[in-house]
Design a protein around this ligand. Structure first.
Ligand SMILES: Nc1nc2c(ncn2[C@@H]2O[C@H](COP(=O)(O)OP(=O)(O)OP(=O)(O)O)[C@@H](O)[C@H]2O)c(=O)[nH]1
Ligand SMILES: [Mg+2]
Length: 134
């Protein structure tokens, strides 16, 4: 991996409701960035992010996982944050480490509690957000 100076590093968090598609989106980014050459799925339990036994069992993220992608001479660190409200501590921690948050919204269920919680932390931390309607 190339050595980057701090001005070339970006830290973003994928936040939002439970099951809105954050881990799947992170997996797709990793595939497109050439980090891996096959797309894992939450169902199969072979995603980059949900690799812990409890996450494979629950088919859901329990702990935040950092992935990265290299693009346009930048290194983008992606924090895939659990959406389940029990794991809000992970959301708080992630917001203290990133410059931008991608709020992932499940197009079918729309804005959920997890979306509202993510937006609440973004406002509290004054973190710029972008939305990914999944
Ligand atoms: N049809 C469809 N299903 C999707 C899409 N993205 C995710 N899913 C499915 O939605 C479910 C939840 O996806 P995850 O990527 O685990 O969602 P998450 O936001 O990481 O969930 P938590 O980790 O529990 O917060 C899985 O069954 C995925 O296969 C999508 O774009 N289209
Ligand atoms: Mg997840």
């Amino acid at each position: 991996m190339k050595i980057y100076n701090t001005s070339q590093i970006r830290n973003i968090a994928f936040v939002g409701g439970n099951k809105s598609g954050k881990t799947t989106l992170a997996e797709a980014v990793a595939v497109n960035a050439g980090l891996v050459n096959r797309m894992g799925t939450v169902e199969t339990g072979n995603t980059l992010s949900d690799y812990r036994d409890i996450e494979i069992e629950r088919k859901s993220s329990v702990v935040s996982t950092v992935l990265y992608a290299e693009a346009n001479d930048k290194k983008v660190n992606i924090i895939d944050v659990p959406g389940f409200t029990d794991f809000q501590g992970e959301v708080v921690t992630a917001f203290s480490a990133v410059e931008t948050a991608v709020v992932v919204v499940n197009a079918q269920s729309g804005v959920e509690v997890g979306t509202e919680i993510a937006m609440m932390h973004a406002e509290k931390m004054n973190t710029p957000v972008m939305f990914a309607i999944n």
